[in-house]
Ligand binder design. Sequence first.
Ligand code: HEM
Length: 400
Amino acid sequence: MAINYRWHIDRLNLRLNNDHLHSGLLELNNWISGSHSEEATRHDLLYKRTLPTLPNHLSSGSNILAAQACLRASSKETVGSMRSFVHFLAVFLPALVAIMSPMAAAQLSPNYYANICPNLESIVRGAVQQSVAQSPISAPATLRLFFHDCAVQGCDASVMIINPNGDDEWRSADDQTLKPEGFLTVINAKKAVDSVPQCANKVSCADILALATRDSVFLSGGPNYQVELGRLDGRVSTRASVNLPHGNFNLDQLNGFFSSLGLSQTDMIALSGGHTIGAASCNFFGYRTGGDPTMDSSFAASLRNTCAANPASGFAFLDGTSPVRFDNVFYQNLRIGRGLLGSDQTLYSDPRSRGTVDLYAGNQGAFFNDFVNAMTKLGRVGVKTAATGGEIRRDCRFQN
Ligand code: HEM
């Protein structure tokens, strides 16, 4: 079903107590709900559809099902058996990435493609505009994809690699929930760039992802910032390298993770504002609805209903007030106990970060400013160069 994204934004902007708005939101809910429930199939389809040469054992979907089972079991045993290895990765891998990053990042520049592909930015923006017009999931999915890429082995589009042996980032438990729409947005933008002879095979997937992310933010109502360019694409992608923060992290855990990427607590709080768009499945927040004192009780009750009505595929918006609009309402929600994820609500519950939440809740300009700074810093993490094994991938899904 094709849903007009602008139409939804316009509806949302009409604001509240209006039946049309409710029916619009309901429709958006259903659309996203369908996407969640068919996630594995759709992910598989993405790769089947866009990749005629996909090796047979990948198109069977068996790896996806295995990874999903792993996630569903998000059980203590799984977590327990992985703990020491994950701990090792948590401590050393991001540190390595952060250490290697400043040297490589020094070569980034907003004008990197000025002579190579002068119209790059408008080509990517046009393609992203089409993607967001096709699906309200495109923008949040692309923004999350960028974070998951940069936080694992640096901003090198390694999250997009399909390895024939099935051992790659996107099939890890943490990345299995990335939506196909984000991958498709980048693939379509790359196609548009490569259709211009002067630009063909000269722009990295990592840079296209960075630009498409900025455009997704801007087209959702967020800031229009300058993107540093000149990243090369990585050649390595493994499940074991994926170490990401979880929705039940406390402030110390969040700070620990982001500082290993070279990012400050302020950067982390501003980047968490990415949760002003998009949705989360019940399995990421359901445990909070049974009496978490930091969650507003009527909010908890309505979430309990949502999840009980749809145990397998229930979800809620990360910013339930303006879910498709990039704004500072996410922080206003935290002040009234309406943060969906524990890791978001803790930013307000913990007095050490509350002041920054208060600042952003009252001043959208300050949030946008800090978000842009933090995204720029995130975009410098682990940048690959030719000397560190980078390349410009012809197809974002495969090493050359
Ligand atoms: C601070 C630590 C973070 C944690 C613990 C976290 C956790 C999560 C979780 C659990 C979900 C729901 C996934 C699902 O249900 O499929 C989610 C969604 C999302 N996250 Fe994060 N995240 C964090 C940081 C970030 C950052 C830094 C960004 C980008 C700047 C980001 C952007 C998003 C977006 C846009 C979505 C919605 C995706 C969609 O609807 O497809 N997150 N996050």
